[in-house]
Write a protein that binds this ligand. Sequence first.
Ligand SMILES: [Zn+2]
Length: 126
Amino acid sequence: MAFRACGLCKGLKEEEAADVEIVIQVHERLYKYLVYKMTCHYISNHGYVPCPDFVDAILHGEIVEIIKVRTNGTELPSEYVPWYENHDYSPIGYLVGEYNVGEVDQEVLSKLNELMVNAEGASKEE
Ligand SMILES: [Zn+2]
């Protein structure tokens, strides 16, 4: 079990979730996101607002694929996020520098939370 500090809380949190790849279809287009494991925590505790296209996709999109990734916790985002960006994934929740703060619809948060949890359950093969 890995432990990871939330850089904003400066506290240690038990981390069982992993980052999640989401491929989602919305408005007849496919969007690919790499969602950081702490994203729901950032939304509920730090007022983080993900980019509008992601919020829209979560609310109105149809999930094509959702895969739990990066379970070992040893790689830093700076090492693996560029690979995803090169493969057309938009990173979500990797708070680097400034980020948008505001209100996020409770429905977005609960849907996203459910997705993250379901992805967790879907890949317990190890
Ligand atoms: Zn925090």
